[in-house]
Design a protein. Structure first.
Length: 449
């Protein structure tokens, strides 16, 4: 089996595959997984059996396909679209209610916050002025939008790749420290003791990590201020959007992580990890319009915006989907030399004491966090949505059979037998089926399953 075709299939091979005897059965399996780019193969059986007669009322046996579930669009457009839809509902419900979250959260203080990485050296940039004029880069040139140098180091010899990789590795902890500092800032602004904050209010959030062109992650986040019990509880009288915004800006500007870490065999270096100076804090408004005259971003547009980044990769990592097994594998990745340098540095640092886990994240340029995370009371879990889909399919099938759970026995046994497709032609056909299904859903304006 092959997960990724190495040669483009010719029209003749595509037509030949469509004429094979198992074409109809194969196509049905592919349609069932939405044209997944690398389906999981299972062999076994599933039966709904009558307790009274012992007869099989419905089921399937043999080999079936199961979606790979990859969230990244560059890896599997079909599964990433399902993930994007789930992420949209997860984010939207925490902003304006629904899906087990009360609608009253729309009245709670809500902010859209973007936190970025600091600079580790000048990089090639393309900045467009409000007049439409493209400004000169620090290198003295005016870059076209397709210039592959954008986001890469102007002088790789002086760019601090070591600090960049280690900042990336500590970005998750930096976010955690930020949320702790935010509670302290809110408590101080409200005139209450920090240890009493949980008795008065609760901070809920959802955040998505996005790679910038320079290979550094930044975080887009919804931050909401609730009453002490969570979304169903009214925030205290002092909880105002402007107070929350001021606390966010102060916490983001002042939070620090000080660490002394190995940078070579027997050599250590002191680091201070902090957020970059580009901090964007905006209020969230209700409605469909992306942004109003006050700079507030709408809840509906914001949910779609963040969900899109939950499935987005980066030019630095779109072709490095799995951890590297050797340093030599880095040289075969289709990426800029700047991004390869970050991968090499992550791998090198991973060979030192206390940093050995870094090698597992060299393909992610040192970032080892989840791309979509949320606090416990922000909204429901993604698993809640997936379980609801499974339950809906199951109960619909029982209703069609005219039975209840008390009337049946379920036989469900499967073994993993492989992944992907057996030829480039099969993968090309499968992805075409997936594109057609997505286009049809978009045309009918039906929600993704």
């Amino acid at each position: 089996m092959t997960d990724t075709p190495t040669t483009a299939p010719s029209p003749e091979r595509l037509a030949a595959r469509a004429k094979e005897p198992d074409w109809s059965t194969w196509r049905t399996k592919v349609e069932a997984v939405g044209g997944c780019s690398a389906p999981i193969h299972l062999h076994g059986e599933f039966w709904i059996r009558s307790k009274e007669t012992g007869d099989n009322l419905a089921g399937v046996e043999g080999r079936v396909f199961v979606p790979c579930g990859n969230r990244r669009e560059a890896v599997c457009p079909a599964c990433s679209e399902v993930y994007r839809q789930d992420a949209f509902h997860l984010i939207r419900s925490g902003i304006s209610g629904g899906k087990t979250v009360p609608d009253t959260v729309a009245t709670h203080p809500r902010l859209f916050v973007t936190l970025t990485a600091p600079s580790f050296g000048p990089v090639h940039t393309r900045v467009v002025h409000t007049t439409g004029k493209v400004l000169r880069c620090r290198c003295g040139e005016t870059h076209r939008g397709t210039d592959s140098r954008i986001g890469t180091a102007i002088n790789p010899a002086t760019y601090d790749y070591t600090a960049a990789v280690l900042w990336q590795a500590h970005s998750g902890e930096l976010w955690h420290r930020f949320t702790i500092r935010l509670r302290r800032e809110l408590a101080r602004a409200a005139g209450i003791k920090v240890r009493e904050f949980a008795d008065h209010a609760r901070i809920s959030y959802a955040k998505v990590a996005e790679y910038q062109q320079r290979g550094m992650v930044h975080f887009h986040s919804i931050i909401r201020l609730d009453g002490p019990s969570g979304p169903e509880d009214t925030p205290p009288a002092w909880a105002r959007p402007e107070l929350l915004a001021a606390a966010v800006e102060t916490a983001a500007a002042e939070v620090r992580i000080n660490r002394t870490l190995p940078v070579a065999e027997g050599v250590e270096r002191a680091f201070t990890f902090a957020w970059g100076t580009q901090i964007d804090v905006r209020p969230v408004a209700s409605g469909e319009q992306l942004e109003n005259a006050d700079g507030a971003i709408s809840d509906h547009a914001l949910a779609g915006y963040i969900a899109k980044y939950a499935t987005k990769g980066t030019d630095a990592t779109d072709t490095a989907d799995r951890p590297f097994r050797t340093a030599e594998a880095i040289e075969h990745v289709r990426a800029t030399e700047h991004h390869k340098h970050m991968m090499r540095e992550t791998w090198r640092l991973g060979g030192l004491p206390r940093l050995r886990a870094l090698r597992n994240w060299a393909h992610m340029l040192g970032f080892r966090g989840h791309f979509l995370t949320k606090s416990r009371r922000y909204s429901m879990q993604l698993e809640h949505l997936r379980n609801a889909r499974r339950l809906h399919r199951y109960t619909t099938q029982l209703d069609a059979l005219g039975v209840t759970e008390d009337d049946i026995t379920v036989i469900n046994h499967w073994e993993h037998t492989g992944n992907g497709y057996s030829s480039p032609a099969e993968q090309e056909l499968a992805e075409a089926i997936g594109r057609r299904q997505r286009e049809n859903r978009k045309h009918r304006k039906e929600p993704e399953q």
